[in-house]
Ligand binder design. Structure first.
Ligand code: ATR
Length: 485
């Protein structure tokens, strides 16, 4: 079973001990990155293992390998010598750091050597066969990088003569799945960091790995689901799907895959056996060319937010459409939608799904958008009225006024002060729907609420489409009645 190791990069020993105390119950061991310590702290490094009473890895990384140590090699040797008089479980030496006296000292003290390679192609078979634990660490800065990493890891796993322990690490947002899937990849250790310290933050702290991703429960046969997007690490979807897998006893995990290029992701999907995935910006349109079949909503909107594998075939759905309608139907019933007049603000990808959903429900729609030509194009396709985001647009919106749907990114975190239509005055019997879910209540919705309107935030749509995805992925109904955020 892969071990969870907390990387300690504090400047002070005391700071590192506080981190260990905070996460003690979630991790199996810790790594003291002595290169991050302030100079005056270094003379204590041999005492550190006794201070934390957990197995500890000692490492002193140079800048070239992602560390902060910039004194001479002689200094580094001396520091390792001091450290190795302490009760460390492991010491991490870079591939080129070959000092026989230190190696001997480590072995005589029962300290196991981790040998770090920062380049997957240069791995020698002798490294795999030695008594040291080889660690392969790369930074993944694209989907292609991560694909290369996974291919190399899987081919090393196949080596029949090399059955010993080894460690695989892909750093960065693109590499995040390797953190969760250490056991699946055959990595002896996975590295995590205190909240907010590493890239992929919000995901790779020990508590999130244990509680949301159930790191310790992942086995080689655990089914894999995920979400692709760029950016995607802000996603809340793992917090919706993973607790439901747990609740229903389904052996599966749902992970964010930061994805810049789709052809490489498709190869990843094949070799990692990803069973299904959610699709977010900017891939909702371009994913369609990879599908073997698609729902009517995908064909009509040219947008797909859910893909499931059926054998070798890929099927696409657009649950944004029904996910958008669900909260409206909950408040109005589907019959009352018919004949209503609605203004849709925006004419991008999200607006397409909204306009299709409304028109198919018998709503009369007008589209107003900053770029009038885009409003015109969408409006002609769905036979609606349109205008720019200006005086004429305001006039039209005053007529199409039962429902107002805000689909632009104006008001979204971090630019939360934005309002796409500040001159618009709400009336109390209107329904106002903003697709943005961070923040939960945009300025636009706040104004509507103050005027007495019924307001709906984007969080509800996010949940509704996720519930449908969950059913498609698992064949089971989403088990919770409400948000698991
Ligand atoms: P999505 O898939 O989320 O809809 P999109 O396709 O990029 O994303 O569409 C973004 C929408 O937000 C567009 O309607 C865009 O207006 P333009 O067509 O004029 O670009 C709208 N939008 C983005 N920033 C805006 C701003 N500052 N003011 C008004 N509208 C804005």
């Amino acid at each position: 079973m892969a071990l969870l190791c907390l990387e300690l990069t504090g400047k002070k020993i005391r700071e590192n001990i506080q981190q260990v105390e905070k996460y003690r119950s979630s991790v199996d061991l810790v790594e003291l990155r002595a290169d991050c310590l302030a100079g005056e702290e270094l003379f204590q490094i041999h005492k550190f293992p006794l201070m934390v009473s957990l197995p500890v890895i000692l490492s002193i990384r140079r800048e070239e390998t992602g560390g902060s140590f910039n004194a001479s090699e002689e200094e580094r040797r001396k520091l390792f010598e001091l450290g190795l008089t302490g009760n460390y479980a492991f010491v991490d030496f870079e591939a080129g750091f070959q000092v026989p006296s230190l190696k001997e000292k480590a072995l005589n003290s029962g300290i196991k050597i981790i040998r770090s390679f920062y380049n997957l192609s240069g791995v020698e078979r002798s490294a795999l066969l030695s008594s040291e634990i080889p660690k392969f660490e790369v930074r993944s800065s694209s989907t292609a990088d991560f694909l290369r990493f996974i291919e190399a890891v899987l081919s090393l796993k196949e080596e029949p003569s090399c059955s010993g322990r080894r460690i695989f690490v892909a750093r960065g947002d693109y590499g995040f799945p390797s953190v969760v899937l250490a056991e699946k990849l055959g990595s002896f250790i996975t590295y995590c960091s205190a909240e907010g310290r590493e890239s992929a933050h919000g995901h790779s702290d020990p508590e999130t790995l244990q509680e949301i991703y159930r790191f310790k429960n992942i086995k080689r046969e655990t089914s894999l689901f995920g979400i692709i997007g760029n950016p995607v690490m802000h996603t809340r979807s793992p917090r919706i799907h993973n607790p439901a897998f747990k609740h229903l006893g389904i052996d599966a995990v749902y992970i964010p895959f930061q994805t810049d290029t789709l052809p490489e992701f498709m190869k990843l999907m094949d070799i990692m056996d990803i069973r299904g995935f959610s699709v977010t910006i900017p891939h909702k349109e371009r994913i369609i060319e990879f599908l073997d079949s698609q729902s009517e909503a995908v064909s009509a909107t040219g947008s797909c937010n859910t893909v499931v594998r059926r054998g070798k075939k890929l099927h696409g759905e657009n649950y944004d459409v029904e996910g958008f309608l669900d909260p409206l139907k909950k408040r109005l019933g589907s019959e009352r939608l018919k004949g209503m007049k609605a203004t849709v603000i925006g004419a991008g990808g999200a607006a397409r799904s909204v306009v299709f959903a409304l028109v198919s429900s018998g709503v009369e729609v007008c589209i107003i958008n900053r770029t009038k030509e885009k409003a015109e194009k969408l409006a002609k396709e769905f036979r609606c009225k349109y205008e720019g985001l200006d005086e004429s647009g305001l006039d039209l919106a005053r007529i199409y006024n039962n429902l107002v749907v805000q689909t632009t990114s104006v008001g979204m975190y971090p630019n939360v002060d934005g309002d796409p239509l500040p001159e618009y005055e709400f009336k109390r019997d209107q329904i106002v729907y903003d697709l943005i879910y961070i923040p939960e209540e945009t300025n636009f919705l706040k104004r509507a609420k103050e005027a007495g309107c019924t307001v709906i935030g984007g969080g509800e749509m996010l949940l509704q489409q996720a519930y449908r995805q969950f059913s498609l992925f698992t064949g089971k109904q989403y088990p919770f009645n409400g948000s698991r955020d």
